[in-house]
Write a protein that binds this ligand. Structure first.
Ligand code: SF4
Length: 495
């Protein structure tokens, strides 16, 4: 049970404790050990806040308990007054404390019989098992204070909603899943034991001895991942492609941490994993006898194509759905049979729907001849979506799919360099094969940041000067992706 000097628990700390008691301990006593929040993570948090605010409108009008989290005591007092006021039927961010657990309920509605309905809001597109403890701990606290929760549920985004323009149709944008029975069971059974365990850990003067493992990334990447995984081995066994938990446990039992320590004949490795092991042991790349044939299966001129996309939780363009990938930029390098290389690019420059202009410019650049080299199936999927969205150009767009050549697929089936470290992503392949070409000199170094930057570039709040800078950075990033593909292709094709 809670001791006098224990820190308080919260929804997020309870979730942290369920993932790993050491994480909970760090969250409460050693926040400074946490990994820095990346711009990508920050954007996710911000996106969640916007969704949460919009979700209130579906239940409005209501009273927002506006005190920030660090003013919990005041928020609890305001909530108490609102709970006693019959005029107020709905509360947003209602604050409660019970047994040292502080919670804020996203949406709470009062029923005529005095019971309450509790809604947790998530920007996900489905109800997931990890959401249940979030709901149940709130129910535990609220019922602990003597209220009765009649219904408890999760409101999330419905990704089948199609935006028709204007204000969002909140009845369609959000869906509520009832979790009353599960939350009731959880709150009255598992929660108590789990809380006891957490309080015991928090009452201790030392962190619990918990080894790293699959729980460090499931259901969330732990915010102390970097602290617990200092200087990973250069070829740790978890770099084996598609390595199972069972195989990792077998390595652990055998005291094997590095790929090079896996003895010949060790049971349970797939052919692909064996090839990776052999490449690491010998220090030499693996190349299948089919690689050159596969690389030659192209027609000149060879177009290397890459898209950048945004996938907003709240759809921006008419006819799109939540989280739908919308291309806003492409880069194409075209290699002719004499070795000549030409570059063209497109970057949408306004807040309107980029798809039609982007598609038309791309069709012109790709002409009707030559292979289209992509890296993974991402570009083909986007082209098919463009074809669905633009019926006038459907035929021409679908024709492109017949010319696609997936360099990633060819590489992952036929080639492995020990410095790939278990990944065939372009960011892993490039430094191993073309060490003098990297993303290090660029402002934008990955697709997520490109997506965030585009959002910033089209925002009316961004100055013209800043827009111009972002535009340059986006163009440089997408261009580097296709440049990288060209150089990887050239490097590997020897016949
Ligand atoms: S990184 Fe893993 S072991 Fe370390 S605190 Fe997080 S979940 Fe626990």
């Amino acid at each position: 049970m809670v001791s006098r000097n224990s820190p308080s628990l919260s929804k997020s700390r309870f979730a942290a404790g369920l993932q790993c008691l050491k994480r909970l301990y760090f969250e409460c006593f050693s926040r400074d050990l946490a990994d820095a929040v990346t711009p990508q993570q920050q954007a996710l948090f911000d996106g969640g806040t916007v969704v949460g605010e919009l979700a209130r409108d579906r239940f409005g009008p209501g009273l927002l308990i506006a005190e920030p989290y660090f003013e919990h005591t005041v928020a609890v007092q305001h909530t108490k007054e609102a709970m006693e006021n019959d005029e107020i039927r709905t509360l947003f961010e209602a604050a409660f404390s019970f047994e040292g657990i502080n919670i804020r309920a996203d949406i709470l509605t009062k029923n005529d019989d005095g019971s309450l309905d509790l809604i947790e809001v998530k920007s996900s597109t489905s109800y997931k098992p990890e959401h249940l403890p979030d709901i149940a701990i709130q129910q535990y606290v609220i019922e602990g204070l003597g209220y009765f929760v009649r219904k408890a549920g999760l409101m999330h985004i419905d990704n089948t909603y199609v935006y028709a323009g204007g204000d969002y149709d909140l009845e369609r944008l959000f869906t509520v899943e009832d979790a009353s029975a599960q939350a009731q069971t959880y709150a009255s059974s598992e929660a108590r034991g789990q809380l006891t365990e957490m309080w015991n850990v928090l009452g201790s003067s030392t962190e619990p001895a918990i080894a790293t493992g699959p729980h460090c990334t499931k259901p969330y990447v732990c915010s102390f991942y970097g602290h617990c995984h200092p200087a990973e081995l250069p070829h740790a066994v978890n770099q084996l492609p598609s390595v199972s938990v069972k195989l990792l446990n077998n390595f652990k039992s055998a005291g094997i941490r590095e790929i090079s320590d896996i003895p010949t004949g060790f049971q349970g490795l797939t052919d692909r994993q064996l090839r990776v092991r052999d490449a690491v042991v010998t220090g030499k790349p693996y190349e299948s006898g089919d690689l050159q044939t596969a690389l030659n299966d192209v027609t000149y001129p060879i177009h290397f194509l890459d898209f950048e996309t945004i996938s907003p939780a709240l759809p921006l363009y008419v006819g799109t759905r939540p989280y739908r990938q919308i291309p806003f930029q492409w880069s194409i390098h075209t290699l002719d049979s004499t070795g000549g290389l030409r570059h063209v690019e497109y970057l949408h420059n306004a807040a309107d729907d980029p798809r039609e202009t982007l598609a038309l410019e791309m069709l012109e650049a790709l002409d009707d001849r030559g292979s289209i080299v992509v890296y993974t199936g991402f570009e083909e999927a986007r082209i098919k979506e463009l074809a669905d969205a633009l019926p006038k150009h459907r035929g021409s767009l679908l024709d492109l799919c017949g010319r696609i050549f997936d360099l990633h697929k060819v590489l992952s089936a036929n080639y492995y360099h020990p410095e790939f470290h278990g990944s065939w992503s372009i960011k892993s392949v490039l430094p191993a094969l073309i060490p003098n070409l990297s993303y290090a000199d660029l402002d934008i170094k990955d697709g997520t940041l490109a997506s965030l930057s585009f959002g910033q570039m089209i925002s009316p709040e961004t100055s013209e000067e800043e827009k111009a800078q972002i535009r340059e950075s986006l163009l440089a990033y997408c261009k580097r992706d296709t440049e990288a593909m060209v150089e990887i292709y050239r490097q590997l094709r020897t016949e």
